[in-house]
Design a protein around this ligand. Structure first.
Ligand code: PEP
Ligand code: MN
Length: 338
């Protein structure tokens, strides 16, 4: 950490900072310049909380060198992590994983039909929401625990691992029992209590980026899971809120190569919630692979026009099959298989 002082800072103020740094058990090294003095902080093992320093008299700016997300960062873990979840591996050198299925589990029949469709086209994990975070209380809220059984049995029938969202700590036990991967959604990305408890389960977690989360906030949320000892974390970019209303969100594809540089964790893309429109899902799914995503998650429904949730962004079985064909061609360009 580097503490930059105002050019008007007095010797007394500089001394007070030095003492405060030393009181934290660290070493302060004043670096006098022609305009102002900076104070280098040495001896820290990772990120230093600057709360006591930044408001002290004479301080102009505090520059952090270490990141607040030490466990997630490549600084301390340079090699990319491979994350195994439900028999599928996400990460560098692995074929991208396609997760597909409906937004919500609506009935046993709908879930089985969706599972057959996505399996036939080559998906490697089945999704479906039982606990749905809907914007309004009058919208379909999901089938809850009953839905989890339909998801599990549909996955078992076609031989696919399953992923579903957990919204509250009290749901963790049941969701862990039925699902191979826990999803923590955009709205709960900063539900720190849920993150801590999900971290303790040691179950693989797909962590979605909050709709207004910066990359630092996103990686810090993942740090909560790792800090509990759970290394099986997959990140998911799902679009962020911008001024643009023509699409549901704005897909921030640049985070894929950026996060691959910053973190060792795998990252996938959800083009369905990012765009909100079926005809945009396919091109953005393809783009995600091209920029290096370790997988994609897409909503597929046997009858999107009758879907109880997110029908407009759900692919039909045919759309999904065509997408998979295109993704295979893209993957071949990179010299691999899907
Ligand atoms: C979902 O994947 O079902 C979902 C609700 O997504 P998000 O949390 O990204 O909005
Ligand atoms: Mn959805």
């Amino acid at each position: 950490m580097l503490i930059v002082m105002h050019h008007t800072a007095t010797d007394e103020q500089i001394r007070a900072i030095t003492e405060a740094v030393e009181a934290m058990g660290l070493t302060a090294e004043p670096i006098p310049g022609s305009q102002r003095t900076a104070i280098g902080v040495l001896g820290n093992q990772g990120y230093v909380d600057d709360a006591t320093i930044r408001d002290m008299p004479g301080v102009r700016e505090v520059i952090h060198v270490s990141k607040p997300y030490k466990l997630v960062s490549r600084d301390f873990h340079p090699k990319p992590s491979l994350v195994e979840a439900g028999g599928v591996t996400f990460g560098d050198g692995q074929p991208p994983v396609v997760i597909a299925g409906p937004c919500s589990i609506e009935s046993e029949e709908q879930m089985v039909a969706a599972a057959r469709l996505v399996k036939a086209s080559g998906a490697r994990m089945l999704r479906g929401g039982a606990f749905k975070p809907r914007t309004g209380p009058h919208s379909f809220q999901g089938l809850g625990a009953e839905g989890l059984k339909y998801l599990r049995s549909a996955g078992d029938e076609v031989g696919l691992p399953v992923i579903t969202e957990v919204m509250r700590i009290e749901q963790l036990d049941t969701v862990c029992k039925h699902a191979d991967v826990l999803q923590i959604g955009a709205r709960n990305m900063q539900n720190f209590d849920l993150l801590k408890e999900a971290g303790k389960t040691m179950h693989p977690v797909l962590l979605k980026r909050g709709m207004s989360a910066t990359i630092e906030e996103f990686l810090s949320a993942a740090e909560y899971l790792l800090a509990e000892g759970n290394p099986r974390i997959i990140l998911c970019e799902r679009g962020i809120r911008t001024f643009e209303r023509a699409t549901r969100n704005t897909l921030d594809l640049s985070v894929v190569p950026l996060i691959r540089e910053m973190s060792h964790l795998p990252i996938i893309v959800d083009p369905s919630h990012a765009t909100g429109r079926r005809n945009l899902v396919t091109p953005m799914a393809k783009a995600a692979l091209v920029v290096g995503a370790h997988g994609i998650m897409v909503e597929v429904h046997p009858d999107p026009d009758r879907a109880l949730c997110d029908g407009a962004q759900s692919l039909t079985g045919n759309d999904f099959d065509e997408l998979m064909t295109d993704l295979r061609s893209i993957q071949e360009l990179f010299g691999g298989t899907l």
